[in-house]
Design a protein around this ligand. Structure first.
Ligand SMILES: *Cc1c(COP(=O)(O)O)cnc(C)c1O
Length: 497
C-alpha cells in the first residue's frame, strides 16, 4: 500500500476507478438504496468543488473557522424552515446542529434527552418497531433501555394508545418516524407527540429519510399529515441532507425546538492541560468538506429545484407502484405515501430473494428486507428523481424477473444449513462453524473461496446471487441474524498486506 517512492497521481486515480468498477452504479436511476441521485447536470462537479474548498477546514473550533459556522447556521436555518420552524411559525426559537448522518443525529437526540434527566438512573425510550435501527444503536451505546411498540401488520404504524401506554416514569424520549425507512409510512406523529407532552416527555420525529420530501410532496398536493414543528409536543427532528437534499454523504441536521432543549447535547471539558473542548456532536475534528458541499447543493438547487425534483420523484413512485400492481404474485406492503415503494409476494407468488437476484441480473439493484415479527419478507425501493426516466423500463423487467424467479423456484437451504439456522444460538457459534457456513454460502475473504453452491462468484468475496444467504438469515431469529452478519462481515474486513 505505501509504495517506496509513492505512486503518480494519475495512476492512483486509475486504481481507484478500477476498484470502483465493482461497485453498484451510484448514478443512472437503477440503484434503489444507499444513494440519492437527483440527476442534475453539473451538481456533482459543484459539490466536489465546494468540498475541495473546505476539506481541510476543521469544525472543531468555530472561532478559528467562521466560514464553517456560517455555513452550518445556514444549513440549520434551511432545515428548520423546511420543517415548520423559524420566524413567523409556532416554533420561532428552533436551533440545531449539523451532524455526520442520521445515526449521529439520533444518537445525539437520545443522549440529549437522557442527559436532560440526570435524576433518572435507568433511562428508557419508547419507539415503534418500525423505528430505524439507529435508535437501537443509540440505546446500546448510551445504556438506555428501549420499549418497542409493535406496528400493526396491516397499517405498518404503531397504535398511539400503545405508545402512550408504554411511557413510564423513566422514559426520557418518545420517538416516531416520518416516514419509516422500511415501508415509507408516516407514523401518527400528532397523537404520539400529544401523549409524550401529556407525560412531560420529549418527542423526537425521525425525519432523516423524508424530512426534505414530505413538505414538498404536500406543496404538490399530496396529503401529508402534520409531522414537523407545527405539531405541539414535537421537541426535536432529524433530517438527513445526504438523502433527499441530495448533498454528498456526511451531513444530517438535528433540530431542537428551543436552545434550552438543546443544551444537554453539548459536551464541554476544561479539566486537562490542552485546549478547552466544546463539542455539539460526537466527532471533535470534523471536515468542512461535507458541510460546504451540502451548502453548495442547497444553494444551487433552491426551493423550485427541490419542488421539481420531488415532483419527478412522486411520478416515479407512482409508476413503480403501478408496475408492482401490474404483476401477478406481488403486492404493495403499503400504498406509497412518500418516496418508498415496498412490495412483498402474495400466496403462491415468487420467492422474493430469488426475485431480487433476478432483478440484479437485469441491472436493477433493490433492497431485500427479511421477514420480521409477523411482517413478511419484502423488497424495498428508495426512489429518487434519477429514477423518473427509467420507470418505463422497470415494469417489463419486473414481470420478466418474476417469471424467471417462479421458474427457478424458491431457494432450498441445504438441510444441514436449515437445521443450523433453526437450532443455533448465537453463543454456540464457533469460528469453525462460521467458516463452514460462509464457505457453504459461497462467501470467503479469498477469491478462490468464492464458488458457492448457489452459483458462486466470479472472484469477489461475495456470491453473485445472494438468495441463499438471505434465505438462511430469514430462517434465523434476529439475535442469530445479528451474530451471523457480524461474523460474516468480520471475515470480509481483513487487512490487505
Ligand atoms: C437513513 C436513516 C437513518 C440513519 O441515517 P444514516 O445517515 O444512515 O446514519 C435514520 N433514520 C431513518 C428514517 C433513515 O432513513
Amino acid at each position: 500500500m505505501i509504495d517506496k517512492n509513492g505512486v503518480a497521481a494519475e495512476a492512483v486515480l486509475a486504481e481507484i476507478r478500477a476498484l470502483r468498477a465493482a461497485d453498484r452504479p451510484t448514478h443512472g436511476g437503477r440503484l434503489f438504496a444507499y444513494v440519492y441521485d437527483p440527476a442534475v447536470p453539473g451538481l456533482d462537479e459543484l459539490a466536489s468543488a465546494a468540498h475541495r474548498e473546505s476539506a481541510h477546514v476543521n469544525g472543531l473550533d468555530p472561532t478559528a473557522f467562521p466560514s464553517l459556522l456560517a455555513m452550518e447556521n445556514a444549513l440549520v436555518g434551511a432545515a428548520a424552515t423546511v420543517l415548520g420552524g423559524g420566524p413567523g411559525t409556532g416554533a420561532p426559537d428552533v436551533v440545531g446542529s449539523v451532524t455526520s448522518g442520521g445515526t449521529e443525529s439520533l444518537i445525539l437526540a437520545v443522549k440529549t434527552a437522557r442527559d436532560a434527566r440526570p435524576e433518572v438512573t435507568e433511562p428508557r425510550i419508547v419507539v415503534p418497531s418500525s423505528a430505524h435501527a439507529a435508535f437501537a444503536k443509540a440505546a446500546h451505546y448510551l445504556r438506555v433501555e428501549m420499549d418497542v411498540v409493535p406496528v400493526s401488520t396491516d397499517t405498518l404504524r404503531p397504535d398511539p394508545a400503545a405508545m402512550a401506554a408504554a411511557i413510564r416514569p423513566e422514559t426520557v424520549l418518545v420517538a416516531c418516524s416520518a416516514p419509516s425507512y422500511a415501508h415509507g409510512v408516516v407514523d401518527p406523529v400528532a397523537e404520539i407527540a400529544a401523549a409524550a407532552a401529556a407525560a412531560g416527555v420529549r418527542c423526537h420525529v425521525d425525519a432523516c429519510f423524508g424530512g426534505w420530501t414530505l413538505p414538498y410532496l404536500r406543496r404538490l398536493g399530496q396529503p401529508v399529515p402534520a409531522f414537523d414543528f407545527a405539531v405541539p409536543g414535537v421537541t426535536s427532528i432529524s433530517v438527513d441532507l445526504h438523502k433527499y437534499a441530495y448533498a454528498p454523504k456526511g451531513v444530517s441536521v438535528l433540530l431542537h425546538r428551543t436552545a434550552a432543549l438543546r443544551a444537554p447535547q453539548y459536551f464541554a471539558y476544561a479539566d486537562w492541560p490542552g485546549y478547552t473542548m466544546i463539542n455539539p456532536t460526537i466527532a471533535s475534528t470534523r471536515s468542512g468538506g461535507p458541510i460546504a458541499a451540502a451548502y453548495a447543493t442547497l444553494r444551487h438547487l433552491g426551493d423550485e429545484g427541490y419542488l421539481r425534483l420531488t415532483s419527478l420523484t412522486r411520478d416515479a413512485v407512482a409508476g413503480l407502484a403501478d408496475a408492482v400492481r401490474g404483476v401477478d404474485g406481488l403486492r404493495l406492503m403499503a400504498e406509497p405515501e412518500s418516496t418508498v415503494v415496498c412490495f412483498t409476494a402474495t400466496e403462491g407468488g415468487p420467492d422474493l430473494f430469488v426475485l431480487v437476484d433476478e432483478l440484479t441480473a437485469r441491472g436493477w439493484h433493490t433492497q431485500p428486507q427479511l421477514s420480521y415479527a409477523g411482517l413478511p419478507a419484502s423488497v424495498h425501493l428508495t426512489v429518487t428523481a434519477a429514477v423518473a426516466p427509467r420507470v418505463a423500463e422497470f415494469g417489463p423487467d419486473l414481470a420478466d424477473a418474476v417469471v424467471a424467479a417462479r421458474a427457478a423456484g424458491p431457494v432450498r437451504l441445504p438441510p444441514e444449513l436449515a437445521a443450523l439456522a433453526g437450532a443455533l444460538t448465537p453463543d454456540a457459534l464457533t469460528p469453525e462453524l462460521v467458516a463452514g457456513l460462509a464457505a457453504g454460502l459461497g462467501m470467503g475473504a479469498e477469491p478462490a473461496a468464492g464458488a458457492g453452491p448457489d452459483g458462486g462468484s466470479a472472484g469477489g468475496p461475495l456470491p453473485e446471487r445472494m438468495a441463499l444467504v438471505n434465505t438462511l438469515l430469514d430462517a434465523a431469529p434476529p439475535a442469530l441474524r445479528e451474530r451471523l452478519l457480524v461474523e460474516f462481515v468480520g471475515l470480509l474486513q481483513r487487512p490487505a498486506w
